[in-house]
Design a protein around this ligand. Structure first.
Ligand SMILES: NC(=O)c1ccc[n+]([C@@H]2O[C@H](COP(=O)([O-])OP(=O)(O)OC[C@H]3O[C@@H](n4cnc5c(N)ncnc54)[C@H](O)[C@@H]3O)[C@@H](O)[C@H]2O)c1
Ligand SMILES: [Zn+2]
Length: 344
């Protein structure tokens, strides 16, 4: 079948790739209709590795996808041939201690699309466990369905933030993940969500959502601005989604006494944390690693009109132009949030 293959660092091609998969009793076979490009896909494309995950052989990219069910195994009852579904890309082993304790995202043996040596799903068809496929509510497109994967990160951050209706939040970083965390926090009950970045273009997209207030930290001091806007108290919840070591430990000063910080942004190396400040203000820290049970919630919020996801799809390419799509995404245009590839 045709696939977008990372042949080696900075070398991509759309070509025939020999994959012969058949759906087992609990699987479905899906015709891929849309697949977004993620920051991790770009890392593998440009650098051939993320930490210990090194691309050693040609690998199909893509893990943010939606498509139509072509076949289903005899034990699959909750989905039908013809359904438009989005897919959760990481499959844990069902009986791992982590899965059994409810943290299936932490299973060290999880098999995750486009994480070497596992192939991704930017190809004509894919076989996937039906339990990790979610029927999209009527009215959602395949491209919107492909956005459920990054939105699931935002939902997970909001969930770990244990939002009480009326809370205020601050999200650091207005990339795809930060913006999706901000709209998730807003949909989850926050009355105002500040979002900071150093790029005006990103802030203007994030700031186009209701209740999301942009702060350009190239021009204004973050803590001063947040304190002024919150009557000197700070925000209930901070979501760090820039992955920039430079924001540490300063942003903790924006938290209200008894507030929370959810760390989403990833980085190599370590950062300083002011333990006495955290203790004195009673600030608790949570982290997230991907998500659990978030895809159906993400789709339901979009379907309910609580989150407009289409706005974040900046440019769409045809599958035949997938290499151009990756080059465009890798160029890092400041006004681009998500690049989408659609398959006929
Ligand atoms: N924990 C998880 O499971 C998980 C999942 C997906 C992504 N991530 C991480 O989330 C982070 C964001 O991902 P993304 O795809 O949105 O990346 P991105 O590069 O598109 O966005 C990062 C944003 O942070 C901004 N930024 C940089 N320095 C800043 C600063 N000093 N202050 C404020 N903003 C600043 C950048 O301008 C950019 O807009 C990355 O670190 C990524 O690895 C974590
Ligand atoms: Zn992704």
């Amino acid at each position: 079948m045709k696939a977008l293959v990372l042949e080696s660092v900075k070398k991509l091609s759309v070509r025939d790739y020999p994959i012969n998969e058949t759906a087992g009793p609990y699987d479905v076979k899906i015709q891929i209709k849309a697949c977004g490009i993620c920051g991790s896909d770009i890392h593998y494309y440009l650098e051939g590795a993320i930490g210990d995950f090194v691309v050693k052989e040609p690998m199909i990219l893509g893990h943010e996808a939606a498509g139509i069910i072509l076949e289903k195994g005899e034990q699959v009852n909750h989905l039908a041939v013809g359904d438009l579904v989005c897919m959760e890309p990481g499959i844990p082993s069902a009986f791992s201690p982590e899965a059994l304790s409810g943290n299936y995202n932490l299973d060290p043996d999880v098999v995750f699309w486009a994480t070497p040596p596992v192939h991704g799903c930017l190809r004509e068809t894919v076989v996937h466990p039906a339990r990790f496929c979610f029927k999209l509510p009527r009215g959602l497109s395949a491209a919107e369905g492909a956005m459920m994967e990054p939105l699931a990160i935002g939902i997970e951050a909001a969930k770990k933030g244990r939002i009480t209706p009326g809370d205020t939040a601050l999200v650091i970083g207005a990339g795809a993940i930060g913006t999706l965390a901000a709209v998730s926090a807003s949909a989850g009950g926050c009355s105002r969500v500040f979002i900071s970045d150093v790029k005006e273009e990103k802030l203007s997209i994030a700031g186009s959502y209701p209740n999301v207030v942009p702060i350009n930290t190239g021009k204004a001091d973050l803590a001063d601005t947040v304190m002024k806007e919150t009557g000197g108290r700070g925000v209930d919840l901070i979501i760090e989604a820039s992955g920039s070591p430079k924001v540490y430990p300063g942003f903790f000063r924006c938290a209200k006494r008894g507030g929370k910080a959810v760390l989403v942004g990833m980085m190599n190396g370590t950062v300083p944390i002011d333990v006495a400040l955290l203790q004195g203000r009673g600030i608790s820290i949570e982290t997230i690693f991907r998500y659990t049970n978030a895809f159906d919630r993400a789709a339901a919020l979009v379907s309910a009109g609580k989150i407009d996801i289409k706005r974040l799809i900046s440019k769409t390419f045809a599958f035949a132009d997938a290499v151009a799509a990756y080059e465009y995404a890798a160029a890092g245009h400041p006004d681009v949030v998500k690049v989408m590839i659609e398959l006929a």
